[in-house]
Design a protein around this ligand. Structure first.
Ligand code: G3I
Length: 363
């Protein structure tokens, strides 16, 4: 009897060992990051602040999940070139050094934009608008200085950002267009190409799944390419929400832009849990009074949206060369700065993967 019991126990332990071995090991599974799940598709990036790598847990998360970084603000004209003869390199340098030391690709963002521009840029010493010639000279000098400094370290640049209007007009009215017309766009690409002929150059914009804006961006890119302007990719920012975009519109954008022979990157991905905004713009009066709670309904809708967009991304591995999240985790996101907390990313406020994360890597 005793012998039977011993045999039975032995058999039980054997079955237990076999069962345990067959079970996916959560520790091993988590040793894989987004970049590993997607290694056959495209790089997976994240926009960071210079302080992110100094925080132990955030640094660990960046290194385990991502193989590309973008400085969220540090390379923009205002922060990096505050006065005509003064550059502020510290923050951008530290992010680039972090990327280089850890063999993570660095995307440069952004060389020419209407926002976060320094005060001196458009005016002379008397405070009057500068001429087109002077503004283009300033643009050339800025681009040449910044791109040359990071030559061989920054593999791709968002050269021009957001010049197409959201309303029914074509070109966004800014100081750039007021002084130079549309010419600054092609000039910016030429200057960047001259400074680093190997860098991959992107035009970057949001609301690219809204048909009217998509058509206008397509038209501009087509014209630039027809003129031989050195442009290699289009950055679709992907500031989305739990309601937008639809699968159909997303696929249409990928197909239309790649038909131009341009590579596609989703450069600023986040999925707002509020529905009252589109792209970079807030729709006034909607969704502003929501409580700062990540409700089960938001969680479910966001998870479905993340699942759907990554299904679409995986359909286009030749066309898409990178997907970058705009911030690391829900602990901090640029979307928080609108009077309410948002929860737009794949990692929660404690840097732990959300349910949506597991949907993104399940394929
Ligand atoms: O650095 C100053 C700091 O010195 C000051 O004390 C503080 C007070 O508000 O402001 C700090 O600057 C802020 C900066 O972020 C750094 O935190 C600016 O006010 C704030 O406007 C700026 O916001 C950035 C925004 O671009 C500017 O338009 C966001 O962080 C950044 O995520 C966002 O990123 C843009 C992309 O570059 C282009 N596409 C849209 C996207 C979202 O708007």
């Amino acid at each position: 009897m005793k012998r039977h019991t011993a045999k039975f126990m032995l058999a039980l332990s054997f079955i237990a060992v076999v069962l345990l071995a067959a079970r996916p090991d959560p520790i091993k599974e988590k040793a894989k990051g987004l970049k590993d799940y997607y290694s056959k598709f495209f790089s997976i990036g994240v926009a960071i602040r210079p302080t992110d790598p100094s925080n132990h847990d955030q640094r660990t998360l960046i290194l385990s999940e991502f193989n590309s970084i973008t400085p969220e603000n540090a390379m923009k004209m205002g922060p990096i070139h505050p006065q005509e003869n003064t550059y502020f390199w510290r923050d951008a340098d530290s992010i680039v050094a972090f990327g280089v030391q850890n063999k993570i690709k660095v995307r440069g963002h952004t060389l020419c934009w209407h926002a976060q521009t320094p005060d001196w840029l458009f005016v002379d010493s008397a405070g009057k608008d500068v001429s087109k010639k002077v503004l283009l000279q300033r643009l050339k000098s800025h681009i040449n200085t910044v791109v040359s400094r990071y030559k061989g370290k920054v593999y791709a640049w968002d050269v021009v950002n957001e010049v197409i209007a959201d309303d029914s007009t074509y070109f966004r009215k800014t100081k750039w267009s007021e002084i130079t017309g549309e010419d600054f766009v092609e000039k910016a690409f030429e200057y960047a190409h001259e400074a680093d002929p190997k860098a991959i150059l992107f035009y970057n914009d949001y609301n690219t799944e809204i048909p009217a804006k998509r058509e206008k961006i397509y038209r501009m890119l087509k014209n630039l390419l027809a003129k031989g302007v050195p442009i290699h990719g289009v950055g679709l920012q992907a500031h989305w929400s739990i309601n937008t975009p639809s699968r159909e519109e997303l696929e249409k954008s990928i197909q239309l832009f790649s038909s131009l022979g341009l590579q596609i990157q989703f450069t600023e991905l986040d999925i707002s849990v509020y529905t009252g905004r589109q792209g970079g713009q807030m729709i006034q009066g909607q969704g502003q009074m929501q409580a700062a709670v990540f409700t089960p309904e938001m969680e479910q809708k966001q998870l479905e949206k993340y699942k759907m967009i990554f299904e679409v991304f995986r359909k286009y591995p030749k066309e898409i060369t990178g997907v970058t999240f705009w911030n690391l985790s829900d602990k901090y996101s640029w979307l928080d700065g609108r009077g309410r907390k948002n929860f737009p990313l794949l990692f929660d406020t404690n840097l732990k993967p959300k349910k949506a994360y597991w949907e993104v890597v399940k394929f």
